[in-house]
Design a protein around this ligand. Structure first.
Ligand code: GLU
Length: 465
């Protein structure tokens, strides 16, 4: 069996949103699931709109998601000699021809056709045929090169998503494959690349369905093997519109910066147009093991930010605290946390992860543990309100009990209960003053767990009034 070879072929013309990256994820997963090769090809022939910045974003986004590439990145702009060579071969073999029809003539013909309610198409004036005399080559007109499309019959392919598609060759005129300045055009470059790169499966957005019959005709003319095509339906935004920067789609980088885990985003994207039964949360390995082209969705997928956030929460909640701490670290540094004081960060992350939806929430929550001990003004209204005199003895008794514990959360909780019952008080009567004394706030995660992480010594220091 031939080895599976897939590619992601983005045009680096700006914004890379989640929908774009899904077009990388599926060919990657397919190659990985079949022990194949995954190639990155940068389609940068539109020099005006392409930028290195966009290429970087694509590559970083792929790295972030862990979509490793086996070959490339190849840049179409660096393959111009190769396209020129194939153009020449096609001219030599009569598969393509020079067309001297000027822009103005083409426009006139197009206008006439439109006026007659015909589909605008090239009339084939310069197409060489046996026994046909071509017009005199005009002076000073730089020709384009056109592909000699088959005049009849039809192009049929079995799309892995859309099923059988048949397009009559009458619908396709002779495609311009090189411009007057000699530069090759888009569909032609794609064909040369897909053949040279021995692509077996073209998995791409369905905005390219219309290009496919043209590409297949050129592949056949060149004697190449036609790959299997899988055209993915578009990804729509929450409002059911096509995803784009204009209507607020976030770029891949935005998700990274908003504290999403790449595993969660990968899982989310995997489900955006593909399903394995009703599995919702799965590992990358499971995804690769399960992925196939048979279960790709046929209708447009709709972006659901809440689902993504939910998945992010799932991944954070079940993450290994040590791994998660590494991922939170850049956010914690951004929050200005000073790690030279305070408790073990892994323990802090371990406590905060259960309630967090993203890494920023963890970093913000962690600040509490690293801020310097509050300087209390015991005469202030605030202090008196939160730590009434009546609570002094309770706190003192608590300190004594605390000092006898092993510092575990369980032992701390037991000490709290004990002191509360000896004073016939309820939990908030102690928990609130403790929070306030330790952090000058009454909002903290479960206070027994917080104290266990801070360590008895520090807790006692902060509670001693
Ligand atoms: N460069 C094209 C795009 O960004 C993809 C071409 C292809 O996959 O064949 O839409």
């Amino acid at each position: 069996m031939t080895q599976v070879r897939t590619r992601f072929a983005p045009s680096p013309t700006g914004y890379i949103h989640l929908g774009n990256l899904r077009s990388a994820l599926y060919p990657w997963a397919f190659a990985r699931s079949k022990g194949g090769v995954f190639i990155l090809r940068i389609e940068d022939t539109d020099q005006e709109r392409s930028s290195q910045e966009a290429v970087d974003v694509i590559i970083e986004g792929m790295q972030w998601l862990g979509l490793d590439i086996d070959e490339g990145p190849f840049y179409q702009m660096q393959r111009m000699d190769r396209y020129e060579q194939v153009l020449k071969e096609m001219l030599d073999q009569g598969l393509a021809y020079y067309c001297y029809m000027s822009e103005a003539e083409l426009n006139t013909i197009r206008d006439q056709q439109m006026a007659n309610k015909e589909k605008p198409r090239y009339t084939g004036v310069w197409r060489p045929e046996v026994g046909k005399t071509l017009p005199q080559i005009p002076q000073g007109v730089k020709p384009v090169i056109r592909f000699k499309n088959p005049p009849d019959g039809s192009v049929v392919w079995k799309d892995a998503v859309k099923g059988i598609i048949e397009i009559s060759n009458e619908e396709l005129d002779d495609l311009v494959i090189a411009r007057p300045d000699g530069t090759p055009t888009y569909n032609f470059c794609v064909v040369v690349d897909d053949l040279d790169m021995k692509i077996t499966h073209v998995i791409r957005g369905d905005d390219h369905v219309n290009n496919t019959p043209r590409q297949i005709n050129i592949i056949r003319a060149l004697g190449g093997d036609v790959p299997i095509y899988a055209h993915l339906p578009t990804v729509l935004n929450e409002l059911g519109e096509k995803m784009s920067k204009r209507n607020g789609a976030m770029s891949v980088r935005d998700y990274e910066q908003a504290g999403y885990l790449p595993q969660a985003v990968l899982n989310y994207l995997a489900r955006l147009g593909w399903a394995h039964g009703d599995a919702d949360v799965f590992t990358k390995e499971q995804f690769v093991g399960w992925f196939d082209l048979d279960h790709l969705g046929k209708s447009p997928a709709q972006h659901n930010p809440e689902k993504l956030l939910w998945l992010n929460h799932q991944y954070i909640q079940h993450a290994d605290p040590e791994e998660l701490a590494k991922q939170v670290m850049p956010f914690a540094l951004k929050e200005g946390i000073n790690f030279s004081v305070g408790p073990d960060f892994i323990k802090v992350v371990g406590l905060l992860k259960d309630r967090a939806n993203n890494l920023i929430e963890i970093a913000q929550g962690a600040k509490l543990f690293y801020n310097a001990a509050p300087q209390h003004d015991k005469n202030s209204e605030d202090f008196k309100k939160n730590v009434p005199d009546t609570v002094n003895q309770v706190v003192k008794d608590f300190i004594v009990l605390l000092q006898a514990t092993d510092g575990s959360k369980e032992a701390i909780a037991a000490s709290m209960k004990q002191v509360l019952s000896s004073h016939s008080l309820k939990m908030p009567a102690l928990a609130m003053p403790v929070r306030y004394l330790m952090f000058a706030t009454t909002q903290t995660p479960a206070i027994d767990a917080v104290m266990a992480i801070m360590g008895i010594e520090e807790v006692v220091k902060r509670l001693s009034i």
